[in-house]
Design a protein around this ligand. Structure first.
Ligand SMILES: NC(=O)c1ccc[n+]([C@@H]2O[C@H](COP(=O)([O-])OP(=O)(O)OC[C@H]3O[C@@H](n4cnc5c(N)ncnc54)[C@H](O)[C@@H]3O)[C@@H](O)[C@H]2O)c1
Length: 287
């Protein structure tokens, strides 16, 4: 038998430059670490600079370049400045993971105010549009066959009480990914999407430890998941590596679900504690 060697260009990510928004903690930190292990230099975009710097430090410990750049991705001008800073500090932009979002934005739709609805959409989908625009322009200007990876949620696929705004925004991210992929294919840029189920992030762990009603949901979610547990951010970081790498070179516009199988079941518990909408305080019925 001949000598076995892993092909060097299997992933094609050595010295590629990756941007991960919200990479200071949670699922984003998982993307950043896994991309660095696969060979990328990584820029972390964060509102929480301390957390972002911690991830950047971990990445430098892996022998890759890393910077943490402060940006609020809900603001288009900050996103444009962020992408310019990544290019100038790390020498280009090959891979972008648009990860910022808040899986804990919940509440009955009957009680949503216009401001609350707009706030969820600003964070969970408008930021994705701004990031994709600035990233794609930077890639096209430099003739880079870029890879853009958006982050949705199982709540964007499966309906559940209490996640109407978040679920609608995340369903929008899946659809936006398809349209963007078609518009960017002529430039050699691939756009795909990761759809995580519930993961054991720092905030999810804190919610679990708080012992409140949302902790009951998280325990039920772990139990209802066919794999019997919540996800580890590093596991879904592996999906980011796949979508960024040569291994997925014929994929664009698609969404990959990383959820331990929960979206296949009818067993999914309602998200959050059951809440009687304030808007119905004056009528009977319901639960
Ligand atoms: N954690 C889960 O179980 C889960 C499940 C499904 C989908 N997701 C999705 O995965 C992504 C990451 O979720 P997470 O749970 O890791 O979140 P998280 O709250 O743990 O981390 C988000 C990070 O983004 C940063 N951030 C927040 N707003 C920002 C802004 N406006 N600009 C720049 N940075 C900002 C925060 O400082 C934080 O470090 C989100 O899109 C979320 O919807 C998460």
């Amino acid at each position: 038998m001949g000598e076995f060697r892993i092909a060097r260009d299997l992933l094609g990510l050595e010295d590629a430059v990756a941007l991960v928004t919200g990479g200071g903690s949670g699922v984003g930190r998982g993307h950043g670490l896994r991309l660095a292990q696969a060979g990328c230099h990584v820029a972390i975009a964060e509102l929480n600079v301390e957390a972002g710097e911690r991830t950047a430090q971990e990445i430098r410990g892996l022998g890759r370049k890393a910077v943490c750049l402060r940006a609020d991705v809900r603001r288009n001008c900050e996103v444009k400045a962020l992408v310019a800073a990544v290019v100038s500090e790390l020498g280009g932009l090959d891979v972008a993971v648009n990860n910022v979002g808040n899986p804990l934005s919940i509440g009955p739709f009957l009680d949503y105010t216009e401001e609350q609805w707009d706030a969820v959409f600003a964070l969970d989908i408008k930021s994705t549009l701004f990031c994709c625009q600035a990233e794609a322009i930077a890639m096209i200007e430099r003739g880079v066959p870029g890879r853009i990876i958006n982050v949705s949620s199982s709540s964007g696929i499966v309906g559940a009480p209490s996640v109407s705004a978040y679920g609608a925004a995340k369903a929008g991210v899946i659809h936006l990914t398809k349209s963007m992929a078609l518009e960017l294919a002529p430039y050699g840029i691939r756009v795909n999407c990761i759809v995580p189920g519930t993961h054991m992030t720092e905030s999810i762990r804190a919610t679990l430890e708080s012992g409140g009603p949302q902790a009951d949901f998280l325990r039920a979610a772990a139990k209802a998941t066919p794999m019997g547990r919540l996800g580890d951010p590093l596991e879904t970081g592996g999906v980011a590596v796949f979508l960024a790498s040569n291994l997925s070179s014929y994929m664009t516009g698609h969404s990959v679900i990383s959820d331990g199988g929960i979206t296949h079941t009818t067993n999914r518990p309602p998200v959050g504690a059951p809440v009687r909408p304030k808007a119905l305080a004056h009528v009977g019925g319901g639960n």
